[in-house]
Write a protein that binds this ligand. Structure first.
Ligand code: XMP
Length: 493
């Protein structure tokens, strides 16, 4: 029996895994290697990806995902033609942390304090490099230097001048930079070229962040990585150009039906214009669908038609493939070169291990992160009846919605005035639900990682890669399918 025979028509709640001889000494995510590939050339230390949905991933979510070793995909759910807001989110992630800030914000040495204040306000940055016309460093200016000072005072009178600064000429490693900062009790270390022009800036805050988040997903400059979703029609080429300019590390062409001629054209256009950009495409759910994308040169494939928590595609079209079957089939179609993202349908932490064993190199999560503090959107208080006390209490909720839900479609199409039935006519395939507001997604992620490490321990493996290899070498040894009664025993609480 092949794995495909075992999983036809099946999804997450159809399986349990049989425990094997445990070999790890601890189930600590700090000690167990969970690294995997998000896409062909992009490795992540933890296999978690936040979904490109407008109620899930904006900068705040993407920052935490990257700090915790995963990655976020910024959604494109802004109005068509409105590229600026998505670019702003990508920019915000890229500017959150640095190794070396290669393009520190500057102010001209001949300028006034008013201009420096304007730059600080616009950029949200509290320290400016003061430079002359040749970009030679003349000093540093902090928020404190310009506080309570008249607007026309020259910057040169308030800055700490170059002679009083500790600087370093040339590139420098983190350890050496930290030693210099400790020795001189400074928080900022400008890096200069031999001619005195600005090469970069290192900050104590960034060094601390590097230590605090040792598993973070970073680019070679030490900035957090982030991906951005685009469509396959309309503004997608311009959108791709702009988010790449803002520093996006990967582009995800995300459409409901990725195995399509529209996708064929979009991949060709993006490859033609942007060369070897890291490109992920989806969604598909069959061997042919995955092969179709890999043959066209993508670096990653997103898998899932209809399993998502906010999704009604299967109800409204009757198309889709149960997610476990879809993952196995997509893996057969894609082969091993290109990683798969298991997208949708993971409702409990145990589903993460299954998504990764059946074919996903990473899992994309939407509803599992819904309601956390980092999701966009306001908290609304709703009266809820507590059955034990028969009292009504006000409970904080946040909205979670499918990207093809009536409200999301209505907003994107600027149809605020249209009634729901008119929008349904556009083919809405998503739901809108209220979910209880909860704390930071960081705690949710920490729990998921602990549970994944426990799965690795139960599975008799030493790392995520090891567990996946053991499973694919002998799936029958692991897989138990469930009766209705054993499913209730397992998952109904
Ligand atoms: P979960 O189950 O983690 O799934 O919430 C997230 C994924 O659901 C997909 N998605 C949709 N699918 N109609 C759909 O058919 C929609 O309106 C919709 N919105 C999101 C998407 O793949 C996401 O990553």
């Amino acid at each position: 029996m092949t794995l495909l025979d075992l999983v036809r028509g099946k999804t997450f709640d159809d399986f349990l895994l049989a425990p094997q001889l445990g070999i790890v000494a601890s189930r600590d995510p700090e000690a167990i290697d969970l690294s995997t590939r998000f896409s062909e050339h992009l490795t992540i230390s933890r296999p978690l990806v936040s979904a490109n949905m407008d109620t899930i991933t904006r900068a705040a979510m993407a920052v935490v995902l990257a700090e915790e070793g995963g990655i976020g995909v910024i959604d494109r759910g802004f109005r068509a033609g409105e590229i600026g807001p998505q670019v702003a989110e990508v920019t915000a992630v890229k500017r959150t942390q640095h190794g070396v800030i290669l393009d520190p914000h500057t102010v001209g040495v001949d300028r006034g304090v008013d201009e420096a204040r304007r730059i600080m306000k616009r950029t949200g940055v509290g320290t400016l490099a003061v430079v002359d016309e040749q970009r030679v460093l003349r000093g540093l200016l902090t928020e404190r230097d310009v506080r309570f000072v008249s607007a026309d005072k020259p910057v040169s009178e308030r800055m700490t001048p170059r002679e009083r600064l500790v600087v370093h000429v040339g590139a420098i490693g983190f350890a050496e930079a930290e030693a210099l900062m400790v020795l001189h009790k400074i928080k900022k270390l400008p890096l200069l070229n031999a001619d005195g022009t600005v090469l970069g800036l290192m900050t104590a805050k960034d060094l601390t962040n590097h230590q605090r988040h040792p598993f973070a997903t970073r680019d070679p400059q030490g900035r957090l990585r982030v991906a951005a979703a685009v469509g396959a029609t309309g503004d997608y080429l311009e959108r791709t150009a702009e988010v790449l300019r803002a520093g996006a590390d990967a582009i995800v062409i995300d459409i409901a039906h990725g195995h399509s001629l529209i996708m064929d054209k979009a991949i060709a256009q993006i490859r033609g214009r942007f060369g070897d950009v890291e490109l992920i495409a989806g969604n598909v759910a069959t061997e042919d669908g995955a092969r179709f994308l890999v043959d066209r040169g993508v670096n990653g494939v997103k898998v899932g038609i209809g399993p998502g928590g906010g999704c009604t595609t299967r109800l409204t079209t009757n198309f889709g493939v149960p997610q476990v079957e879809a993952l196995v089939r997509a893996r057969i179609g894609a082969g091993d070169r290109v990683p798969l993202i298991a997208d949708g349908g993971i409702k409990r932490d145990g589903g993460i291990a299954l998504g990764l064993l059946f074919g996903g190199d990473s899992v994309m999560l939407g509803s599992a992160f819904a309601g956390t503090a980092e999701t966009p959107g306001d908290i609304v208080l709703k009266p809820v009846l507590v059955s034990e006390s028969q009292k009504i209490v006000q409970v904080p909720f946040k909205v979670f919605r499918g990207m093809a839900s009536v409200s999301a479609v209505r907003e994107r199409l600027e149809l605020e005035e249209a009634d729901a039935q008119e929008v349904e006519a556009f083919g809405a395939e998503g739901l809108e639900v209220s979910v209880p507001a909860r704390g930071s997604v960081r705690a949710v992620i920490h729990n998921m990682l602990k549970h994944l490490c426990s799965s690795i321990s139960y599975g008799g493996a030493s790392s995520l890669v090891d567990l996946r290899q053991r499973f694919s070498a002998d799936p029958v040894r692991y897989l138990g399918s469930l009766s209705d009664a054993s499913r209730i025993e397992s998952f109904h609480r």
